[in-house]
Design a binder for this molecule. Structure first.
Ligand code: GSH
Length: 214
């Protein structure tokens, strides 16, 4: 029985973020599905793991955590010797990785996750996409991607030479957006496009996509 337990829904971008980290680290874990359609994320027992009623949450023995990025940070440090190294021991190199982790959380994700809602989730739930919101969000995301294009022209990955948490945190939203009209925003920037293709082709990510289909 695995002592690591991840609670969530594999349709959720935040759950996929934590899941791909566990897979990159080659850790054995139990995935405990939380049925969001029936509101199980707002009820006990899940609400005791995350009082905000949002997936995912992690248990590692006595330790209980919520928030996908806090979970990936913990896993990467606690299991530093396993699987893919997602952090740097050198504090200056790690400081750069940390900058791009902040960029993902505060510049990329707010626009990208709202676009994923408008263009991916809303059609899936039979809701109507708001074209004005899509236009405004796309314009904002384009500006963020211009900064990424400049960064990736000189660095294979956002944090530097190696794939790190800074790249991994993007995977779930990128995956959905690449299935929508805003794919063009990524494809039209050659370095961003190469980076997307590279990280979306990682075996760990492909495994998470397969898990989602089951
Ligand atoms: N910052 C949190 C966000 C978690 C989050 O928003 N989860 C969504 C699914 S992707 C959720 O549970 N939504 C249900 C709700 O907010 O009621 C994280 O990264 O874990």
């Amino acid at each position: 029985m695995a002592c690591l337990k991840l609670y969530g829904s594999l349709m959720s971008t935040a759950t996929m973020r934590a899941t791909v980290c566990l897979v990159e680290k080659e850790l054995e874990f139990e995935f405990v599905p939380v049925n969001m359609a029936t509101g199980d994320h707002k009820k006990e027992p899940f609400i005791s793991l995350n009082p905000f009623g949002q997936v995912p949450a992690l248990e590692d023995g006595d330790l209980k955590l919520f928030d996908s990025r806090a979970i990936t940070n913990y896993i990467s440090h606690e299991y530093a010797g396993k699987g893919t190294d997602l952090i740097c021991r050198d504090s200056k190199k790690m400081a750069i990785v940390a900058v791009w982790m902040e960029v993902e959380a505060h510049q990329f994700d707010p626009e990208a996750s709202k676009l994923a809602w408008e263009l991916f989730y809303k059609p899936m739930f039979g809701l109507t996409t708001d074209p004005a919101a899509v236009t405004a969000l796309s314009e904002k995301l384009a500006k963020v991607l211009d900064v990424y294009e400049a960064r990736l022209a000189h660095n294979k990955y956002l944090g530097g030479d190696c794939f790190s948490l800074a790249d991994l945190h993007h995977l779930p939203c990128l995956n959905y957006l690449m299935k929508t009209q805003v794919k063009e925003l990524f494809d039209s920037r050659p370095h961003v496009s190469a980076w997307c293709q590279d990280i979306l082709a990682r075996p760990a990510w492909i495994k998470v996509v397969e898990m989602q289909k089951k």
